[in-house]
Design a protein around this ligand. Structure first.
Ligand SMILES: Cc1cc2nc3c(=O)[nH]c(=O)nc-3n(C[C@H](O)[C@H](O)[C@H](O)COP(=O)(O)OP(=O)(O)OC[C@H]3O[C@@H](n4cnc5c(N)ncnc54)[C@H](O)[C@@H]3O)c2cc1C
Length: 474
């Protein structure tokens, strides 16, 4: 049997696998991605994509339609859409409004619409995407990973990769094969859902997009994918035939004369678990394989996974090209596992989930939403162990370990436009000289201030836009 060779094998072609392929392509690292399904799952899950995700997708030329300024995702408890509306509830009690921390706001796009965009762009950039192909098993040694792949014709062939990234979802066969345990509240419940089309846009006019349906014989959650499709999620695991689904949809709407097209139904395991290691040898876990975070209004699940992919891709590039020692790859677990764990805790410290895992987040303080999204600290780079795990981005002043801040430049562009492809030195004066592989940019006054630079200082920014170090003079 002949063996193909690739620097990186990506297992799983959903949001996180495709993002991994894209960010590897951005750094000109060839990869092969395998995914058993021939297309995206017809029942979308994620719909909310956050500011940081949009910053990262912008790097690979993907611009998603922005949500309107001032939009906040509102949820209300209702009898039905047409019936009595009870109270609205906030995701973060007493949340402060987001500041102007990014040129981007979030986007609402259904997972089955976003995946083809990512797939097409990854292919266009040269990623070898193999749909209809699954990983059957793998072995690893000191020099690489040998994967046994089965294509849609049933043919099994071998692929030798220097590294493998497992983006194979909550049940991750790769994580299971590695025997990596997970920690957290665990599987919470199994839910059923039905996806349908109906002309219900008028019920969105008050700005509420998520509805807790509260009737004595119907406890469910109703939300829209913003494209005429809606999903009704049942808080039980009952099998319903089409007539029962239609009846439940009508009850949730509060009317039975609205034309409804049932598209598909689903069964979900609502799970809250984080792997105890995000890598083993030459294999990395990303996305739900590493952390399964239950759906929230902060949209942590897919977004956190896309951020993992971005964190890992440039490190693989540095190590594969011989620019960095393989130990750089250890920082993937050291940075991304705490980030995922914080998001798990932040899910359970908020009212939506607090009751579901009593005791789990006891003593955890609620962090600011903007802080979780843009202000999490990587302790691998931090010089002061006393710094908190997250702060609002406008409260940081360029401390190493934080995301390099967005500052609007005179020509209307952003400091973020400087970062994302390689190493960048943001220097306060001309005394700083470029080293090979580092681009030097000169910081105007407002940038110096946001980066906490003295008049002779500089900050070195990693290819993922995080501040690696800051010095007062050359
Ligand atoms: C109801 C619901 C709503 C959600 N809403 C949001 C939201 O608004 N925002 C958000 O950020 N997140 C949301 N999430 C979470 C989000 O959907 C997941 O976090 C996201 O899909 C994880 O992506 P992934 O690529 O890591 O894994 P998955 O999407 O689970 O994909 C794993 C892939 O691996 C493939 N695979 C498995 N085994 C193999 C194998 N042996 N070989 C090759 N491939 C394999 C599978 O076929 C699959 O395509 C929601 C989740 C649910 C359930």
């Amino acid at each position: 049997m002949s063996t193909e060779i690739t620097p990186v094998l990506v297992v799983g072609g959903s949001l996180v696998g495709l993002s991994t392929a894209l960010f590897l392509a951005l750094h000109e690292v060839p990869c092969v991605l395998v995914e058993p399904h021939l297309a995206s799952h017809p029942h979308p899950r994620a719909v909310g994509f956050t500011t940081r995700t949009l910053e990262l997708l912008h790097l690979v030329g993907i611009e998603l339609p922005a949500i309107p300024a001032g939009f906040s995702l509102k949820r209300a408890r209702v009898e039905s859409l047409a019936g009595t509306w009870h109270e609205e509830s906030a995701w973060t009690p007493k949340a402060q409004p987001m500041t102007e921390d990014s040129p981007f706001r979030g986007a609402a796009i259904a997972q089955d619409k976003l995946e083809p965009i990512l797939r097409d762009e990854a292919k266009r950039r040269g990623a070898d995407i193999r749909l209809g192909t699954e990983l059957v098993r793998f072995e690893q040694d000191d020099d690489g990973v040998t994967a046994h792949l089965r294509d849609k014709s049933g043919r099994v062939y071998m692929m030798r990769a220097s590294y493998m990234v497992a983006c194979d979802g909550n049940k991750s066969p790769v994580r299971e094969a590695l025997g990596i345990p997970r920690k957290g509240p665990g599987p919470l419940e199994t839910m059923r859902s039905v996806l349908f089309k109906a002309p219900l846009e008028s019920y969105l006019e008050k700005g509420v997009h998520q509805f807790e349906i509260d009737q004595p014989d119907l406890q469910a959650f109703l939300t829209t994918y913003g494209d005429g499709r809606w999903v009704l999620m049942f808080k039980d695991d009952l099998e319903r035939d089409e007539a029962a689904l239609r009846l439940a949809i009508n009850k949730a709407i509060g009317k039975d004369d609205i034309p409804i097209e049932i598209m598909t139904s689903g069964r979900w395991d609502l799970t809250a678990l984080v792997a105890t290691r995000f890598s083993q040898g030459r294999v990395f876990l990303a996305g739900d394989a590493a952390h399964t975070l239950p759906p929230t209004r902060g949209g942590y699940g897919a977004n956190t996974g896309i951020h993992d992919a971005h964190n890992l891709a440039w490190k693989l590039k540095e190590v594969l090209s011989g620019t960095s020692e393989p130990s750089l790859l250890d920082t993937y677990d050291a940075e991304r596992r705490p980030a995922a764990w914080t998001r798990l805790e932040q899910t359970f410290v908020r009212p939506d989930y607090a009751k579901r895992a009593r005791g789990f987040a006891d003593g955890v303080a609620i962090l600011d939403e903007a802080g979780i999204e843009l202000g999490q600290l990587y302790r691998t780079l931090a010089t002061d162990p006393a710094l908190p795990e997250a702060k609002r981005p406008d409260e940081w002043r360029g401390e190493p370990g934080t995301r390099a801040p967005h500052v609007k430049l005179e020509d209307g562009s952003s400091t973020l436009d400087w970062f994302g492809r390689g190493w960048v030195l943001v220097a306060a004066n001309d005394a700083w000289r470029a080293k090979p592989g580092v681009v030097v940019v000169h910081a105007p006054e407002n940038v110096r201030e946001a980066f906490g630079l003295t008049s002779t200082g500089a900050a070195l920014i990693r290819p993922d836009g995080y501040i690696a170090w800051r010095k007062d003079a050359p």
